[in-house]
Write a protein that binds this ligand. Structure first.
Ligand SMILES: NC(=O)c1ccc[n+]([C@@H]2O[C@H](COP(=O)([O-])OP(=O)(O)OC[C@H]3O[C@@H](n4cnc5c(N)ncnc54)[C@H](OP(=O)(O)O)[C@@H]3O)[C@@H](O)[C@H]2O)c1
Length: 320
């Protein structure tokens, strides 16, 4: 038998329960992966909170809301245990990252071969299982904002899962990075090459002081009105502001909206193409996946409560 964590209703993390099922069989063109680590992402609790009821039909499968009661867990890493009859190039025993995954909060996950990325030997299970969703989003956001070596980029929500990777990727591109976060997280961000700035009242003045030459692009991982207004005030071209979250006000701001909602760019192909470079950088130690906490699979609800209420910088990870 195999365990899967599933929401039993729409609501708060208490609706999550372990369900026992048979170990899944692979599709003819797919594989079964025994999960070693599954990354926890805000989309996992937003899916069963009902927040995504506005997702466009064409994006529902990618956002995990195609079923009446969604399966959760969009990324993991593990070992291939079975392969379909038409699969080539993958062996039982291969260590892989699965992204995008469906229902990765489980002992086993089925996946098409297109979702597999070889796990670099130098990358730990926890890091491999929680790199891709945040990493591909960060890569997409920096690309959408056109960030390059001559830029000073303002990254809002920089101490979150996406922000920590966006900071490192922007710094690796040669950009100067101004990173907003709670003060307790400034040291971590400094260590990743950013100039940290506290969010909250007076943010605009603090960013101006930190970037006397001006800000040329912004990536918004925070979603607050303050992040939007500060970005619009500082960045001359609104098309160089990319937001991955936030209120409906953003829809009329002329900025780039990335995601699955109406009028947003899901960037599916771009993100899929970004996976190999992310794996290579993380495997080589050039990109750090910080881990905050690791939970046994049955404690998924606690992981979600911690994710919702706020935690130290780094990913939350479930381990079957
Ligand atoms: N569109 C997409 O494709 C996509 C993909 C991934 C994620 N997302 C969304 O993007 C958001 C961030 O995701 P994540 O995985 O990075 O989340 P996360 O790991 O939970 O991080 C959220 C961060 O937001 C920071 N924060 C809270 N209030 C803030 C404020 N007012 N100003 C600046 N920062 C603030 C917190 O930092 P402190 O602890 O320093 O306060 C926290 O580290 C979520 O809403 C998620 O659903 C969208």
């Amino acid at each position: 038998m195999a365990r899967t964590v599933r929401p039993t209703a729409y609501g708060t993390p208490e609706v999550l329960q372990i369900v026992e099922t048979a170990v899944p069989q692979p599709a003819v063109d797919g594989v079964v992966v025994q999960v070693r680590a599954a990354g926890v992402n805000p989309i996992d609790w937003k899916i069963y909170s009902g927040a995504f009821h506005t997702v466009e039909d064409k994006h529902k499968a990618a956002a995990g809301v195609a079923e009446d009661m969604p399966r959760i867990g969009m990324e993991c890493a593990g070992v291939v245990t079975a392969i379909g009859s038409e699969v080539t190039g993958v062996q039982v025993g291969d260590e892989v990252i699965v992204y995008p995954a469906t229902g990765a909060y489980a002992d086993y996950v089925t996946a098409p071969v297109t979702a597999l990325i070889p796990k670099p030997a130098g990358l730990g299970w926890h890091e491999a299982g929680s790199l891709m969703l945040a990493g591909t989003t960060a890569t997409h956001a920096l690309h959408a904002a056109g960030v390059g070596p001559d830029d000073t980029v303002l990254i809002h929500g920089a101490s979150g899962g996406v922000g920590l990777l966006a900071v490192q990727l922007a710094a690796a591109l040669g950009a100067t990075v101004i990173a907003t976060a709670a003060e307790r997280n400034h040291e971590v961000l400094r260590g990743l090459g950013a100039i940290p700035v506290s969010y909250g009242s007076g943010l605009l003045d603090r960013v101006r002081a930190a970037a006397p030459g001006g800000v040329t692009a912004a990536v918004d991982c925070a979603g607050s009105d303050e992040a939007l207004d500060t970005s619009l005030e500082l960045v001359a071209d609104p098309q160089r502001i990319a937001s991955i979250t936030g209120s409906g006000r953003r829809a009329d701001a002329g900025i780039k909206l990335l995601g699955y909602g109406p009028g947003q760019d899901a960037g599916t192909e771009f993100r899929q193409a970004a996976r190999a470079d992310l794996a290579a950088s993380a495997g080589a130690g050039d990109l750090r996946v910080l881990i905050d906490n690791i939970y046994p699979l049955p404690e998924a609800a606690r992981a979600h409560q911690d994710g919702i209420s706020g935690h130290a910088p780094g990913k939350l990870v479930l381990v079957p």
